[in-house]
Design a protein around this ligand. Structure first.
Ligand code: SF4
Length: 395
């Protein structure tokens, strides 16, 4: 296993984004540090969206010329991971920051993509805060999130609190800070940013309270604790504690009824949910290991099902037409879905042209089983989904 040296890391061992994990499972930070950091396509797309957001803020606050701005934006838009809705979403982030800036009686201090250190709380702790605004005794720490898979609320968010502690450390001698406001702009999840506030005294007290946990995490000590925080842990597929929990089976007492109860059904479903995604990730990991020449006893890599493709599509179609094949047989002309059109047109244009005039009707999805903590309201046969959501969108 490779031990990544501290100097090679571009993030802190006790990173702010991983705090929700190392604060609960203290040995996880050191364990993750022994594993390669592979960046997913979603993470790369998030980086691109962040760069666009930063560029827009620079134009607004740092005097970036329109010419330079347009040139860089054009380059970003030509990127293979660029999506038209990135423009919309980063505009929403920009609008939010402007609304905060304009809420001050006089222009506040604004820092964009500022490195902050919170090493007085967590050893060697540092991170980059997307936007810091300070004025009139208030500190704002604002973060942009491009993802849609996992909603990240601002409330009690340790990443945001660590950034706030770093900002407080850096700027409280220059500016008095009494109130701390944190906000997460996640346009793919929420129409409005998620906001949360606390007093500076409460923030500092929280910082003090986590110091011993951070020391333990830095030393790699403590117990492995499995939970929702395992989701993005680099060790999630092969962590013994997690595998043990996923595979554990309740002891079977001899005199139980032959059929399992609904309570047990709930428990089995909850466990199986984790097992399915873990099993798929573990298979991917094992495949890459055997392809590298490694040995995973009982498993080997084989060729999957192949596919056919045209050697030269244009030439093949021209030939078919020449042979009298009707073009209608060769093409499948299908209208795009509202979601696909929204993606191409941007949210704003889609709303104006399709949603507001009532061209799009919102239809409920088929009932699906979700964990109790899911944000959607529960439905049952007493309230039919089509009765609950029969209004056209925008009416
Ligand atoms: S997978 Fe979960 S239990 Fe294992 S190290 Fe990571 S956070 Fe801890």
């Amino acid at each position: 296993m490779t031990q990544i040296a501290h100097a090679e890391r571009d993030h802190a061992l006790l990173s702010a984004s991983g705090a929700h994990r190392w604060l609960v499972c203290t040995p996880s930070a050191r364990l993750e540090d022994t594993l390669p950091d592979t960046e997913s396509e979603a993470a790369k797309r998030g980086t691109l969206a962040h760069e666009i957001a930063e560029l827009k803020l620079q134009k607004l606050f740092s005097g970036l010329t329109t010419r330079k701005y347009n040139a860089v934006l054009k380059k970003f838009k030509a990127h293979e991971l660029y999506e038209p809705n990135m423009d919309d979403h980063t505009d929403a982030y920009l609008d939010y920051i402007q609304s905060i800036v304009h809420s001050f009686p006089s222009p506040p201090f604004v820092a964009i993509e500022r490195k902050v250190t919170y090493d007085h709380i967590a050893p060697e702790g540092f991170g980059t805060s997307d936007c810091i605004i300070i004025g009139a005794g208030k500190l704002y720490v604002i973060d942009y999130k491009n993802g849609q898979g996992v909603p990240v609320p601002a409330e009690d968010n340790p990443q945001m609190k660590l950034y706030a502690l770093g900002a407080f450390k850096a700027f409280s001698l220059l500016f008095p800070i009494e109130e701390v406001h944190v906000a997460i702009v996640q346009p793919k999840v929420w129409d409005q940013p998620s906001e949360w506030s606390l007093s500076a005294a409460e923030l500092l007290a929280w910082g003090e309270s986590i110091k011993p946990i951070a020391q333990q995490a830095f030393a790699g000590e403590g117990d492995y604790v499995v939970g929702e925080h395992c989701g993005f842990c680099r060790a999630r597929n092969t962590c013994r504690a997690r595998v043990g929990q996923l595979m554990s089976v309740e002891d079977k007492a001899p005199l139980k009824p032959p059929l399992i109860s609904w309570e047990e059904v709930g428990d089995v479903l909850r466990r199986a949910d984790g097992i399915v995604s873990w099993y798929n990730s573990l298979k991917k990991l094992a495949l890459s290991e055997v392809l590298k020449g490694g040995n995973v006893p009982g498993w080997k890599a084989v060729e999957g099902r192949g596919s056919r493709e045209f050697a030269d599509l244009d030439a093949a179609f021209a030939y078919l037409k020449e042979k009298g094949i009707d073009e209608a047989i060769l093409y499948d002309r299908k209208p795009l879905t509202p979601a696909q059109i929204e993606n191409s047109l941007t949210k704003k244009v889609y709303k104006e042209l399709l949603e507001e005039p009532g061209h799009v009707i919102s239809k409920p999805g088929a009932p699906t089983l979700a964990p109790e903590g899911d944000k959607r309201p529960a439905i049952s046969d007493q309230v039919k989904p089509e009765e609950a959501f029969s209004e056209p969108v925008g009416s």
